[in-house]
Design a protein around this ligand. Sequence first.
Ligand SMILES: *Cc1c(COP(=O)(O)O)cnc(C)c1O
Length: 416
Amino acid sequence: MAVELQERSGTFREYALKRAAELKQMIIPYINNSQAIPTGFSLSETFQARRADILNYFGATLEDWENWHWQMTHRITDSRDLAALLPGLTPDQCREIEHVGKSYRWAVSPYYLSLMSDTDSLGPIRLQGLPTLAELDEDFGEEDPMGEGITSPAPSITRRYPDRLIINVTNMCGMYCRHCQRRRNIGETDTHSPHNQLKAALDYIRANPEIRDVLVTGGDALLLSDLTLDWLLGELHSIPHVEIKRIGTRAPVTLPMRITDELCAILAKYPPIYINTQFNHPKEVTEDAKKAADKLIAAGVVLGNQAVLLKGINHQPEIMKKLNQELLKIRVRPYYIFHAKNVKGTRHFVPRIQDGLAVMDKLRGYTSGLAVPTYIINAPKGGGKTPILPQYLVSLDENKALLRTWEGKLVQYETP
Ligand SMILES: *Cc1c(COP(=O)(O)O)cnc(C)c1O
């Protein structure tokens, strides 16, 4: 008996070793390629040098830099400032930005600018932050593909699901993403939703007891003042049927200094709060982003990421894998990958569904399940979030299924 067992475990071990060698081979190409993908941490010194240049240009101090109000009042919105701060910008690119800016407003926080490559006009930060001629393509998309205009039962509210809804509190952002799905709301000026509108939204929620989840978004919801956030979250907290509150914000990505001790003290008063942010590229996962995440987590907030799948920025499986792994390092759980919507002026960012499927196919099994978000296409006209998966269930009969494993092996599976 003992001899037989030993022999068998020897055989098992040999099998496991062979399989382990196979698995190791499988990850080697990624390890080699991913070293060339820059991350916010690997570029830390470059960003610090850029920060010094920007501070020098504005005659400002590190203390100013850490002040989110300074960041907001010094958002770069003028092509001359931009040319001074990005010497690699060509006069043609500068004119292009100025020209497109007349149709679609742009603004970049000094912090987000410090992540931009001076030399690579196709870098992921520049593509997200600076306008290009492609935005003037009028033959594609709609202003409001989500039909938010037709799913608003009360001021500032979008309701598309049975038990939860969105309150839209501002059109203001630290940086106006070039791929924004709500570009129609950006307009020319920053405006928070007026107090009486927010009050009407709260009345709607009070009057509808099935609403157990309220998502405060914008624009960037964390650009509300501490005072307004304290009031709004407090009001929501006092509604017995509101079980959870969520905040949509890119502040951890574009304006991490917004995450102050004062803000965190407010957030800590109204648990449970979930914050979903939008990191789209591993370059955005910086030391400062980590500090912001650490503070939010210490305040009891649960962090998730809603990336947008963007052509030329993160549609490549290795970049998306790296992004999700970097996020787990700073305790931000990848939640969704949204297929970029057909928004007017954003055709150049819209990938193919095949790209999204390839990304998902290269995540599941190849990396931690925690790094595998749900890939979502938003059905037109407010039809709702629709999950899209590579085909793992090849066929299904009464009690027999044919499955495709993450590696692509076909296996039969039977139920009693
Ligand atoms: C995305 C969204 C939600 C939240 O959806 P979850 O899948 O629960 O994250 C709620 N309301 C609207 C209108 C939305 O667009």
